[in-house]
Design a protein around this ligand. Sequence first.
Ligand code: MN3
Length: 196
Amino acid sequence: MSITLPALPYGGGELAPHISEQTLGFHHGKHHQTYVTNLVKLIEGTELEGQSLEAIVKASAGDPARAGIFNNAAQVWNHTFYFHCMKSGGGGKPQGALAERLAKDFGSVEAFLEQFKQAGLTQFGSGWAWLVEDAGVLKVTKTANADTPMAHGQKALLTADVWEHAYYLDFQNRRADYLDAFLAHLVDWDFVATQL
Ligand code: MN3
């Protein structure tokens, strides 16, 4: 199994005006590609070469000697997952079984949406906001840098990239506005529901 850059599930301009074609071009074509290129180089000739991305993330998590492998592998996974969490004409309120689970575990869908936004807003520096399933319960979490729920035994259901490269060209320093646009216009709730 070779590690390659997955294609975006939509055209580069389809998330505009919320995320511009320029942002997506740099984010996927440069940042995501660089993590792929670095990972391929780092695992070449090691016992991790030929393993799945998930296996590489789990094998390197928590191992200081393999921090470079973990950071690049987790970032490849996080970005592929993030890009699949969005679609043109997405956002708004989740429906059906997902909405019922959110209401059960957070009190209401609105309470979940607010917690998710706050997780993204309060992640100091670079990182990610997540909706995860942890031992059967839905939770909002945040991780720093490349860290990923898989490394903590949690299943990711939704993520927002809050590294500045995800929003700076479109929103400059206004991370809250990016998170509002993400939730109101971009989240692919059908994809999130399929992760349950
Ligand atoms: Mn990113």
